[in-house]
Write a protein that binds this ligand. Structure first.
Ligand SMILES: [Zn+2]
Length: 486
């Protein structure tokens, strides 16, 4: 019988790459504070203070990245030498790249690419996590995380939660499945490691049906939900029809969601009325967890500028554009070393809307909602068209269910090829009449998209399968038949 159950210090040395030993926590938290400290310090810095912080972090990142073959080759090919980059203002001299360049790199240097050299070399010596982009077709794009990258994945999300009013003891329910897709993990880690919030990572679909998720929410006291708007709408409906209850009975503190191009706040108003609580919009990518979030003012998404440098560039020329001008988001992540990200054009369409101090106290610039995703963008007769951008038009008439699906076709007429797009829009079962609806939608879409498209009205429920509705995850909004040769 042992009556002393501890292992002596001299015997405690381990040769394993233990996660808790892989970070100097004091140093890490002094650079990237935990949510409540962050809210009363870094989050309130002046624009000059933020810029100085970005500058020193950016220069440290550059020193590191010259040793990364993926970047060294690109920058050298562009005629850039280390001495050319002397401050964060010089960032515009560096060429941008896209996820296609990472895919090419990974195809030529499998499995993770030259860009992941440090990440790959560290496997077995330091903890590594692998996540992928979610909701895409084909082979997903892998991204490795070292300990710092993995911590920031959760910490960034926790900062948003805290500023929106979440507190220890809350119960946050998340229907995302913790798989190779990052979102489920990111939320879990934020709640569990940084907020004292009880995370209910229920999963959805075959893991757990919507009805059971709601039963648990009522039984276990969920007071924050996080999911995509389409699924939140579906949950409210299931609650009414299968449980005979109203989701407002949950008395949620708020909903954490992704509103997309809801520029008129119609979708937000719908969700807020259905659920009886505020809805906050977010912007994230699996490479950096949370990059932008709304504070309680709900007036633009604060960019997390101590951890990232966000630029907006012209879609066609790639030249930086000023506040108020819409363009593609170009991202530099200041803390990432395992897969450095420097000037990645993520091809998401946004604009900077506010550069002054917000009523919440922060000077971090605020961007618009996500106006379009370029991985879904199509060129239609010379115009960049974003299927997501149909949202305000489709939501503008209460006779629609708010759901739509775009089909692009190539037709030959009079010997010339012409690209056309049809927007299928669901009409509610209880709509009294469809008079003038098609014409109304076509006019509005023409204005918003900048190109004429045809509207086809379809019955409620017809788009559920093709648009991936009623399931957790991003809806699909586009079928581009031009590439299929039909
Ligand atoms: Zn604010």
């Amino acid at each position: 019988m042992h009556n002393v159950s501890t292992v002596h210090a001299s015997e405690r040395r381990s040769s394993l790459p233990i996660y808790q030993h892989s970070i100097d926590w004091d140093e890490f938290f002094s650079e990237y504070p935990v949510p409540d400290v962050y809210e009363r310090t870094v989050y309130r810095w002046s624009a000059d203070q933020t810029r100085a912080c970005q500058n020193s972090r950016f220069l440290a990142l550059m020193r590191h990245a010259w040793g990364n073959e993926f970047y060294r080759r690109r920058w050298s090919a562009a005629g850039i030498e280390p001495g050319d980059i002397r401050s964060a203002d010089d960032i515009v001299k560096l060429p941008v790249f896209t996820s296609d360049d990472i895919k090419d790199d990974q195809a030529e240097n499998p499995p993770f690419g030259l860009i992941h050299a440090e990440g790959t070399a560290g496997i077995g010596h330091e903890p590594r996590k692998l996540q992928t982009s979610g909701g895409t077709t084909g082979m997903p794009r892998p991204t490795l995380y070292g300990p710092i990258e993995w911590e920031m994945n959760g910490l960034s999300f926790a900062r948003g939660l805290y500023i929106q009013g979440a507190r220890p003891g809350d119960v946050l329910q998340n229907p995302a499945t913790s798989s190779l897709a990052n979102f489920g993990w990111c939320v879990y880690k934020a709640c569990h490691d940084y907020m004292g919030i009880l995370p209910l990572t229920t999963g959805s679909g075959v893991v757990m049906p919507s009805r059971r998720q709601l039963e648990l929410a009522f039984a276990w006291g969920t007071n924050i939900f996080t999911s995509f708007p389409e699924y939140l709408t579906h949950l409210a409906k299931v609650c009414r029809e299968e449980l005979g209850r109203d989701v407002r009975e949950l008395n949620l503190r708020f909903l954490q969601s992704f509103l997309g191009p809801d520029v008129n706040n119609t979708l937000r108003a719908e969700l807020e009325s259905t659920w009886g609580c505020p809805v906050y919009d977010h912007y994230g990518l699996h490479e950096f967890g949370l990059g932008g979030f709304e504070c309680k003012q709900q007036n633009g998404l604060h960019l997390m500028e101590d951890a990232t440098i966000f630029e907006v560039v012209d879609v066609d020329t790639g030249e930086p554009v000023g506040p108020g001008v819409t363009g593609n988001l170009v991202v530099t992540i200041l803390y990432r070393r395992v897969l450095p990200i420097i000037r990645m054009n993520v091809r998401d369409l946004v604009r900077i809307e506010h550069t002054d101090r917000c009523e919440c106290g922060s000077c971090f610039r605020r961007m618009s909602k996500l106006l379009g995703r370029s991985d879904n963008m199509i060129k239609l007769r010379g115009v960049n068209v974003y299927p997501m951008a149909c949202l305000p038009a489709v939501k503008s008439d209460p006779r629609t269910t708010g759901e739509w699906f775009c089909i692009a076709d190539r037709r030959v007429a009079d010997g010339a090829m012409r690209d056309e797009m049809t927007v299928q829009v669901e009409v509610r079962r209880d709509a009294a009449s469809r008079d003038g609806l098609k014409e109304h939608l076509e006019r509005w879409l023409h204005t918003d998209l900048g190109v004429r498209v045809a509207v086809e009205l379809v019955d409620e429920g017809n788009l559920a399968e093709v648009a991936n509705l009623g399931r957790e995850g991003k809806p699909r909004r586009l079928l581009d038949r031009r590439k299929l040769g039909t």
